[in-house]
Write a protein that binds this ligand. Structure first.
Ligand SMILES: *Cc1c(COP(=O)(O)O)cnc(C)c1O
Length: 381
């Protein structure tokens, strides 16, 4: 096992595998693991491999560039990409056996043009805007796009792979729009089928719906945040048994005694109320520790939870280790992890500053160095 860097983003691939199992069991459907945004900050290729080993049947990313990066990592599994711009070049994606899911007639035309140059039918899909109001083919454009898809299937330019939509209120499982969106997608699939172009794979559910609305699972569920160990559902849905895969920890770079009255960090927003000991951590907002967490952090170090004090800086964070401490430079402090034994979590960071854990984990960057472990390797050894 490699040694952790000064700022270590350690990903437990056993947690990824476990979470894929949870999503599969709760949704009752095969799992497409979403590894966009470099695997929500966890590393797309290692996460993809771990998810596939754990039974995921397919992968999804936003962009062609992300899809090509997954292929460059040697991952051959079915892979879809669903977010494109007018300048996107689809030819390398088709050559790499990436299924392009289009959101407009213009994107479909570009895929058909690229497919015609390759000589073999391209696998393409369609994303339908059934109510999210974001990307996807909207109701006004649907008849034209539908007919173009049917023609392209009939003339052998494409094989129709995916038909999908994305929910606006997936995290509110009983919201009526979820059922309306599903009904609209089902209607579009029925039209394609009646016109002789049935899609191969239909899906609706993100993590939230996969976990709470198994009736919305069609052929597959597209799970992102849940496979990284976070639930997008409110706590009243109970403990789903997901395990956060990433632990962000920092080496304590310095420990120093200060006297009562010493202000700490820019603006002296915290002043030591008593003689105490400060610990310095090499993690700041440039690494993904939000500055809004200034004076609101909890850090696990030396078997205790200690408060972050003063402003989070670009490169550093300060913690109050208390008047007497055994913590020494070189010890490790956990900024967030799986929350076992009451330790801090990315969800707690998000709740504290009014965002979502998606933004916290996908925002780990800067000097943080990713490392992979598999806690299954430690069992019984
Ligand atoms: C990101 C994304 C997902 C995954 O959503 P989670 O809430 O992370 O499960 C699924 N589908 C689409 C279209 C997405 O963009």
């Amino acid at each position: 096992m490699t040694a952790p860097a000064a700022l270590d983003a350690c990903v437990d691939l056993a947690a990824i595998a476990h979470n894929v199992g949870v999503v599969g069991r709760r949704s009752g459907a095969p799992v497409l693991a979403v590894v966009k945004a470099d695997g929500y900050g966890h590393g797309a290729v290692p996460v993809a491999r771990a998810a596939l080993d754990a039974g995921a049947v397919a992968l999804g990313v936003a962009t062609v560039a992300e899809a090509l990066a997954v292929r460059s990592g040697g991952v051959r599994a079915p892979l879809i990409a669903w977010l494109h711009t007018p300048s996107t070049d689809f030819a390398p994606a088709l050559a790499a056996d990436v299924e392009i899911v289009v959101s407009s007639g213009q994107q479909l035309d570009a895929v058909l043009a690229a497919a015609q140059t390759t000589g073999t039918p391209a696998r393409a899909g369609v994303k339908i805007d059934t109510g999210l109001g974001r990307n996807g083919v909207g109701p006004h454009d649907w008849p034209d796009v539908r007919d173009a898809l049917v023609r392209a299937v009939a003339d052998g330019t494409i094989v129709l792979g995916t038909a999908m939509c994305h929910l606006a209120h997936g995290d509110i499982p009983d919201h009526p729009l979820n059922d309306e969106q599903a009904a609209r997608l089902d209607a579009c699939v029925a039209e394609l089928t009646a016109l002789g172009a049935p899609p191969d794979v239909v899906h609706i559910s993100n993590s939230a719906a996969a976990l709470a609305r198994p009736d919305l699972s069609r052929d597959m569920v597209r799970a992102g945040i849940a496979i990284y160990g976070f639930s997008p559902l409110e706590r009243e849905h109970g403990d789903l048994g997901l395990v956060p895969a990433m632990t962000l920890s920092a080496e304590v770079s310095a420990v120093k005694r200060v006297s009562a009255g010493q202000g700490v960090s820019y603006g002296h927003t915290w002043v030591a109320p008593r003689d105490t000991t400060l610990g310095l951590l090499p993690a700041g907002y440039a690494d993904g520790v939000p500055r809004l967490l200034s004076n609101r952090l909890r850090v696990a170090v030396g078997g205790r939870i200690v408060p972050g004090v003063g402003r989070v800086c670009m490169d550093q964070t300060v913690v109050d280790l208390g008047p007497s401490t055994d913590v020494r430079p070189g010890d490790r402090a956990v900024l967030f992890g799986d929350g076992a034994e009451g330790g801090p979590t990315a969800t707690e960071w998000a709740d504290t500053i009014g965002t979502i854990d998606y933004e916290i984990v996908s925002g780990v960057r800067g000097r943080a160095v990713r490392r992979y472990v598999d806690s299954r390797d430690e069992v019984g050894t």
